[in-house]
Design a protein around this ligand. Structure first.
Ligand code: HEC
Ligand code: HEC
Ligand code: HEC
Ligand code: HEC
Ligand code: HEC
Ligand code: HEC
Ligand code: HEC
Ligand code: HEC
Ligand code: HEC
Ligand code: HEC
Length: 311
């Protein structure tokens, strides 16, 4: 109080000055206060303590993603200020599979169908993104896979490995064909063959067809005379898609036993509704010559010339 009395300047002037300094003070500390409110700190701040994860990150597709490290690990300021407090950061090692999946889908549901992922047998068995992709220790720069593709799938599907070692097979182990040529590990839309039953996450060729026809285009048709088995039941009603002990990857060692699985009269289909005649002008099942069905029915996948696929 005394200082004010002794002062030669008018009181109002002093008040203005105090106010001015006060507002500068406010502004200065305001800026200081405001900053810690932004929970993000930027990837640079991670470098000092997580050199391994940071040093190759510029090669990772995620350098293009918003927020760098924090795009996946969440805001990092509290973690940094806490000297590396684990519960202040999104640590995948502590997440449930569902939480882990959701973290990736924050961004990736734009480019892949969330619905397909959710109903895929992988998600339903709690196999999620980080089981197959490795962000920091990827074996393939492209797609950031945890292992080379076939090794990746074989880590869990050991029984399938044996199928691709059979005498007749698609050359997956040799690298000619890949699992993902036929399967979509992220799940696939419902199929339009086998009445949508058990699509086995099959990759679809264009316009919702079986994956097979993207390579075996001559089997795609459309044919004037279709063999209903192809479209209704799918290629795998006659072929073992992975591998087989039988030539042409057939499900049966002898062709006629394959045909008779359906053309046995019991199913009631066929022009006569009785399967194939066992004894007739064209067929005589007692004669082995007639057992090689595809010797006559050569266009077994469909024909544009003959309703019985004879040419
Ligand atoms: C695309 C998402 C994503 C981004 C971006 C990302 N991480 Fe990770 N991070 C993960 C996942 C997933 C794991 C779990 C381990 C794994 O699957 O590789 C992980 C694990 C870690 C770990 C645990 C140790 C380890 O390697 O397993 C540290 C530390 C880490 N990340 C730091 C960082 C830093 C630093 C950055 C930025 C340079 C970063 N992360 C960017 C997804 C990401
Ligand atoms: C001051 C050093 C320091 C800085 C800076 C730092 N961390 Fe950490 N971080 C640690 C320590 C220490 C741990 C291990 C904590 C534990 O295990 O309890 C850790 C753990 C983690 C984990 C969990 C790993 C796991 O076990 O799954 C992730 C993820 C992570 N940090 C990401 C980041 C990100 C992203 C940044 C930058 C925003 C960052 N850290 C900055 C020290 C730091
Ligand atoms: C903050 C957004 C964001 C998050 C979260 C995120 N990603 Fe990504 N991801 C991206 C972007 C952006 C790209 C680059 C897309 C491009 O190049 O067109 C990408 C690319 C990828 C690629 C393809 C890499 C390539 O070589 O083409 C894979 C695989 C991937 N992310 C997996 C994951 C996984 C697994 C997670 C969860 C652990 C995850 N992402 C979380 C944004 C994100
Ligand atoms: C069962 C293993 C598996 C799981 C689980 C998985 N991926 Fe993939 N992902 C792959 C394989 C294999 C490829 C490479 C496909 C190819 O070569 O055509 C791939 C490719 C990708 C690509 C790049 C090409 C594309 O299809 O867009 C992205 C992005 C991606 N995955 C993100 C994810 C995300 C996000 C998740 C979780 C929602 C996830 N993946 C779950 C195996 C998996
Ligand atoms: C971490 C383990 C794991 C990995 C890696 C993995 N899978 Fe799977 N996969 C499973 C489980 C678990 C199931 C569900 C149970 C079953 O059918 O065996 C499954 C099911 C499947 C199915 C059957 C779907 C159905 O509806 O019956 C196919 C096809 C498949 N996986 C393909 C792949 C391909 C291709 C890869 C590599 C890109 C792969 N998986 C990698 C664990 C895995
Ligand atoms: C030439 C196409 C093709 C290739 C390549 C392929 N698959 Fe398949 N796979 C199929 C078809 C078609 C089915 C459905 C079979 C059925 O329903 O009878 C299937 C079924 C499956 C199943 C479920 C049935 C079972 O046998 O358990 C799994 C798991 C599977 N595949 C994994 C894989 C893995 C892993 C790879 C790579 C190593 C792979 N597939 C490569 C076409 C393929
Ligand atoms: C990525 C391309 C590709 C896809 C997809 C594919 N195949 Fe093949 N297929 C091949 C190649 C290449 C061969 C030749 C095999 C070899 O000699 O290595 C082959 C061979 C075959 C053969 C044996 C032919 C012979 O002369 O012995 C049959 C049968 C077959 N595939 C059926 C299928 C079925 C059924 C599907 C779907 C489930 C399918 N393929 C999907 C590429 C493919
Ligand atoms: C009704 C049973 C049946 C169905 C369904 C079937 N195939 Fe075949 N396929 C055969 C038979 C039988 C042979 C052997 C023909 C021979 O030895 O002359 C064969 C041979 C093949 C061959 C090797 C010879 C050639 O003609 O190129 C390929 C490739 C093939 N099939 C692919 C497919 C594809 C792709 C589909 C699904 C679009 C399919 N098959 C559906 C019965 C079938
Ligand atoms: C998965 C079941 C299935 C298998 C296996 C199968 N077919 Fe068929 N086939 C059908 C059906 C369904 C039709 C249509 C019948 C109809 O229109 O009533 C058909 C029609 C035909 C036709 C045309 C004449 C007719 O009755 O309409 C011939 C010829 C034929 N099949 C021969 C064969 C031969 C040869 C084989 C063995 C290589 C074979 N099929 C294997 C289901 C099958
Ligand atoms: C020597 C040649 C020859 C052989 C081998 C042969 N077929 Fe035929 N098939 C024919 C001829 C020709 C027709 C048409 C005349 C007829 O219906 O009798 C025919 C007709 C059919 C039809 C249609 C019947 C209908 O009601 O129209 C079916 C289904 C059929 N064959 C299935 C088979 C099966 C399955 C095999 C093997 C077990 C087989 N064929 C072996 C020559 C042959």
């Amino acid at each position: 109080m005394d200082t004010f009395h002794n002062c030669s300047r008018p009181r109002s002037l002093i008040v203005t000055k105090v106010l001015r300094y006060w507002s500068l003070f406010l502004l200065f500390f305001g800026v200081l206060w405001a900053q810690p409110k932004d929970p993000y700190i930027g990837s640079q701040a991670c470098r000092g303590c997580h050199l391994v994860q940071t040093q190759d990150f510029f090669r990772n597709a995620h350098t293009k993603a918003d927020r760098g490290c924090e795009g996946c690990h969440g805001p990092g300021r509290a973690h940094v200020n806490g000297g590396g407090k684990k519960d202040a950061i999104i640590a995948f090692s502590t997440l449930t599979p569902k939480k882990s999946l959701d973290t990736c889908l924050q961004c990736h549901s734009k480019d892949m169908s969330r619905a397909n992922i959710r109903r895929s047998s992988h998600t339903q068995s709690e196999v999620v993104c980080a089981n197959c992709h490795s962000i920091h220790k990827s074996a393939t720069p492209k797609y950031l896979l945890a292992h080379q593709q076939k090794d990746l799938c074989y880590t869990c599907h050991t029984d399938v490995k044996a199928q691709f070692s059979m005498p007749f097979k698609h050359r997956v182990n040799e690298g000619t064909v890949q699992c993902s040529d036929c399967h979509n590990p992220h799940g696939a839309p419902a199929s339009n063959w086998r009445m949508g039953q058990r699509p086995r996450m099959q990759q679809h060729a264009q316009s919702n067809e079986q994956s097979c026809v993207q390579c075996h285009a001559d089997k795609r048709g459309p044919f004037l005379f279709e063999h209903a088995a192809l479209r209704v039941d799918g290629c795998n009603s006659c072929h073992a898609p992975h591998g087989s002990a039988n030539p042409r990857l057939l499900n049966r060692p002898v062709v006629f036993t394959l045909c008779l699985e359906c053309h046995n009269g019991a199913a009631g289909f066929g022009r006569t509704g009785e399967g194939i005649p066992t004894q007739s002008g064209s067929h005589n099942m007692a004669d082995p010559r007639y057992q090689n069905c595809t010797a006559c029915h050569v266009k077994i996948h469909g024909s544009n010339a003959d309703a019985r696929f004879l040419r």
